[in-house]
Ligand binder design. Structure first.
Ligand SMILES: Cc1cc2nc3c(=O)[nH]c(=O)nc-3n(C[C@H](O)[C@H](O)[C@H](O)COP(=O)(O)OP(=O)(O)OC[C@H]3O[C@@H](n4cnc5c(N)ncnc54)[C@H](O)[C@@H]3O)c2cc1C
Length: 498
């Protein structure tokens, strides 16, 4: 297919990366990026890039990837509750400053022959090119009704701040103050900087008066009142350092989905067309991987409509899967303060298994001591008695929580969990029914992966918000999920059925 000109709206990671890849693949095509901000001026601090993302970026463009790695900071991960802190050795995680990443991508785009026009806001409708790629971010003005957008704003609040030193590792740290619980998700990304993101719930935010400070903070400055309060609240983790802002204010995360990703010669890419909650650290990855897929579709399809169709068909399932995981993760973090009664190792197991991606054995291969201790805490035994393999079978074979060993209550009417959002208002009806159930609450669901994960999430909510004993009645093939759910306190017992 012949493309003479491509206009890319937005010089974020998605726009700059797709521009470079396109120009490398089609040297004869004129590729121009339009970015409203001057170079070097951007929001945020560092962003994390996980192992698989690193592999994908390396395969797509080894030169820019090498420079990204040279400028990134690798880190382990820790969970810290009160005096307890457990660090996981996960040395393949890296983080890089957003402005450093943009600078690298910009230079590599220019080196490939991409023209970059900075400093003026542009509308997709004004761009005259064979193909317009709208990578204009979460607030995309290109994302009109034609694309069938849905934007849901979530109730939790987050504030993206930074520190002027490198934390020793990434850390999740809850702190409970007189107003409620604040949770930091923090990670170092260069020798003198860390991202320090803090989230909280709406009630805590209002009690702390941050609704007022948010209202009083103009858009182009940081909410210094919140930053200084949080610096005191997280004094120990910050080792007395201040929190720094970069147009930092409290925000509510917005999930964007679109019924259509392209229209005519315009295609949406990155945050403009989909977002995934920051707790799985994937927005930059998704935007850059969109670029890889789009350039491949343009190379392989016969004409532009077929290429854009192929791009959407290829990317949509992967993106939607990640959005589902991100949604589950978001809800897990929103409900996180309710889990602070768990010992930190068990909490780490709950964290790692929250979205069904990691089994007890997989986590055990990464951090055997943490898993051994967490399983011993759950089972009330000595850590030396916990095996180093087949952990799910071991958990399920224990007296407490081993469904197969306990008699299923045949007389109990199971409560079906049908695709509700476990931590959302739709689950209230189930809670009401659970409260009026005498004896254990038995939950059942459709026999598929997402339904199973939801069942266990609902189980946890019912357990925490009613006094009921919660039993999950699930097919034996979900034993891994069931074992992780028991250790994580999502259910009290499991009835495994064949
Ligand atoms: C708190 C927080 C933490 C995050 N942490 C991570 C993380 O750890 N890992 C990760 O992968 N992602 C993370 N993300 C997500 C990540 O920042 C975004 O998903 C990513 O930047 C999306 O890239 P993009 O290119 O699609 O859009 P953006 O980066 O938003 O870029 C869009 C660009 O378009 C420009 N623009 C918009 N409209 C116009 C216009 N009309 N004319 C000209 N220019 C325009 C904007 O100025 C901007 O530069 C985080 C996000 C948040 C909010």
């Amino acid at each position: 297919m012949n493309l003479r000109s491509v206009a890319v709206l937005g010089g974020g990671p998605g726009g700059l990366y797709v521009a470079r890849l396109l120009k490398l693949s089609r040297p004869g095509c004129s590729v121009t990026v339009y970015e409203q901000s001057p170079p070097g001026q951007t929001f945020g601090f560092g962003v994390g890039l996980a192992t698989r993302t690193q592999r994908n970026l390396d395969a797509a463009d080894p030169a820019s990837f090498a420079e990204i790695v040279d400028n990134a900071w690798s880190h382990d991960m820790a969970m810290a509750v009160g005096e307890q802190k457990v660090t996981l050795p996960v040395g393949n995680l890296i983080a890089i400053g957003r402005s450093t990443l943009l600078d690298i991508l910009r230079r590599h785009a220019e080196a490939a022959g991409v023209r970059i026009r900075s400093g003026a806001r542009v509308s997709a409708g004004d761009l005259d090119a064979d193909l317009v790629i709208a990578a204009d971010g979460v607030n995309s003005a290109t994302r009109s009704a034609t694309f069938g957008p849905e934007v849901s704003t979530h109730r939790g609040l987050y504030l993206w701040a930074g520190t002027d030193f490198a934390l020793p590792s990434a850390v999740f740290r809850p702190v409970t103050t007189e107003f409620g619980t604040f949770v930091a998700h923090a990670y170092p990304y260069r020798a003198d900087r860390s991202t320090f993101l803090v989230e909280t719930d709406e009630d805590t935010w209002r009690r702390a008066g941050f609704d007022v400070s948010t209202e009083q903070t103009p858009p182009d400055v940081s909410d210094e009142h919140s930053l200084s309060y949080l610096a005191k609240a997280f004094h120990d983790e910050l080792q007395g350092h201040p929190l720094i802002g970069n147009r930092t204010r409290w925000l509510r995360f917005r999930t964007v989905t679109c019924a259509r990703w392209h229209h005519g010669n315009v295609v949406l890419l990155g945050d403009a067309v989909h977002t995934a909650h920051y707790s799985i650290g994937s927005g930059t990855k998704l935007a850059m991987e969109d670029g890889i897929a789009l350039v491949r579709a343009l190379d392989e399809a016969a004409d532009l409509p077929a290429a854009l169709q192929r791009f959407e068909e290829e990317r949509r399932p992967a993106v939607e899967h990640l959005q589902a995981t991100a949604h589950r993760s978001m809800r897990w973090w929103e409900s996180f303060p309710g889990r602070l009664d768990l010992p930190v190792e068990q909490l780490l197991i709950a964290y790692m298994t929250r979205a069904g991606k990691v089994t007890l054995d997989r986590f055990g291969a990464l951090a055997p001591d943490v898993v051994r201790t967490g399983l011993a805490q759950y089972a009330g035994c000595d850590p030396v008695d916990v095996p180093d393999s087949d952990r799910a079978a071991w958990v399920l074979s224990r007296g407490v929580g081993a469904g197969s060993a306990s008699a299923p209550a045949a007389s109990v009417h199971p409560l079906p969990v049908d695709g509700v959002d476990a931590w959302g208002p739709a689950a209230e009806t189930l809670l009401t029914r659970a409260r009026t159930t005498s004896g254990p609450v038995v939950l059942v669901a459709d026999d598929d992966r997402e339904a199973m994960l939801t069942l266990f999430d609902v189980g946890e909510r019912v357990r925490r918000e009613t006094a009921s004993v919660v039993v999950a009645r699930v097919n034996r093939r979900w034993s891994e999920f069931a074992a992780a759910a028991l250790v994580s306190g999502r259910v009290d017992r499991v009835d495994l059925i064949d």
